[in-house]
Structures are given as structure tokens and as C-alpha cells.
Design a protein around this ligand. Structure first.
Ligand SMILES: CC[C@H](C(=O)O)C(=O)SCCNC(=O)CCNC(=O)[C@H](O)C(C)(C)COP(=O)(O)OP(=O)(O)OC[C@H]1O[C@@H](n2cnc3c(N)ncnc32)[C@H](O)[C@@H]1OP(=O)(O)O
Ligand SMILES: [Co+2]
Length: 141
């Protein structure tokens, strides 16, 4: 069941300067930021904790991949909203029955959490990521 926003994601050209911007806006220490490279998504991600949710900053790894393509078309900006669920497979099946197509099978996202995306054409043109936090919450960020 989906029960909260896990993170709000922003595509950025330069991760380090975006981290500086957002830790200043949020008034948090840089030591609270966790950075993950996820080659399968061709992205380097920084998570900044914000109460029960996070800001995710995404910089492309290389010239191809979803973030590179998004930036080349739109420049930096809001990229997706991630919703936390205790069962990503069950929710992917549930939304499929509603006619919303998951983009592929659930796979490992940042920190090894199980993720799947839904096509924005079927979700009010907002890219939605379903994310299943690890049971031991070993990867809070
Ligand atoms: C490190 C993992 C991390 C985590 O949280 O753990 C991540 O979040 S990884 C984030 C990067 N990975 C992804 O984004 C994977 C899912 N995305 C995709 O599969 C594609 O980006 C897709 C299918 C959304 C779009 O790819 P496509 O090649 O079809 O791009 P187009 O530019 O042709 O777009 C088609 C259509 O979709 C609209 N679109 C694209 N991106 C977005 C977006 N971020 N938000 C809303 N809408 C989007 C685009 O405008 C086109 O619409 P159209 O009706 O054709 O004008
Ligand atoms: Co994400």
C-alpha cells in the first residue's frame, strides 16, 4: 500500500552546485547528504533528508539515459515524485489493472531499494516512481 511521499526528484546539470543550493535552502548540513551512483539508471543521485521525505537531485552519468535526455529537452527541473509502498510488485499489479503501465519490472534503485516507474502519459504527465523501502530501513536516505 502506498502511504507517503518517499522523495521529490529534481534533474540537475551539476550535482555539487545543486547540493549547495538545496542544503542552503533547507538549512541542513552537507554531512546529511548521501550520494549514490546507479549505473543501471545512468545517474548519480544525492538524497537530502527533509522530515519523513527527501529531496533527490539527479545528475546524468554520461550523455545518454533518462536524465541526460530529460535535461537535453527541458533543462533542469522537477523530474519525478516517488511514492513509498510496502509492496512494489503488488502496487504495480494493482495499477496495471487500472490501465496504468509500469515501465518494466521492479528493479534496484538507489541503495538497493526496489523501484518501478509509471508512464507519465497515464499519470497526469507527472512521472511517478513507486519505491519499496528496505524492511530494515538500512537506507533511510
Ligand atoms: C537512482 C535511482 C533513482 C531512485 O530514486 O532510486 C531514480 O529516481 S532514477 C531516475 C532516472 N530514471 C528514470 O527516469 C526511469 C524512468 N523514466 C523513463 O523510463 C523515461 O524517462 C520515460 C519513459 C519517462 C520518458 O522516456 P522517453 O525516451 O519516452 O522520453 P521522451 O522525452 O520521448 O518522453 C515521452 C513522453 O513522456 C514525457 N516525459 C518524459 N519525462 C518526463 C518526466 N520526467 N515528467 C513528465 N513527463 C515526462 C515527455 O514529455 C513525452 O510526453 P509527450 O506526450 O510525448 O510530449
Ligand atoms: Co527517484
Amino acid at each position: 500500500m502506498i502511504d507517503r511521499i518517499d522523495h521529490i526528484a529534481i534533474a540537475v546539470e551539476n550535482l555539487d552546485s545543486a547540493i549547495d543550493t538545496w542544503i542552503n535552502i533547507l538549512g541542513c548540513d552537507r554531512s546529511a547528504v548521501t550520494i549514490h551512483e546507479v549505473p543501471s539508471e545512468k545517474v548519480r543521485a544525492a538524497f537530502i533528508p527533509l522530515g519523513q521525505t527527501k529531496i533527490e537531485l539527479l545528475e546524468p552519468l554520461g550523455d545518454d539515459g533518462p536524465i541526460a535526455k530529460f535535461l537535453s529537452k527541458n533543462g533542469a527541473g522537477m523530474h519525478h515524485i516517488a511514492l513509498a509502498t510496502d509492496g512494489v510488485e503488488a502496487d504495480a499489479k494493482r495499477v496495471t489493472a487500472l490501465g496504468i503501465t509500469p515501465l518494466g519490472e521492479p528493479s534496484a534503485g538507489a541503495g538497493g531499494k526496489k523501484i518501478v516507474f509509471l508512464h507519465p502519459r497515464q499519470t497526469s504527465r507527472v512521472l511517478v516512481e513507486l519505491v519499496e523501502p528496505k524492511p530494515d530501513h538500512s537506507f533511510i536516505q
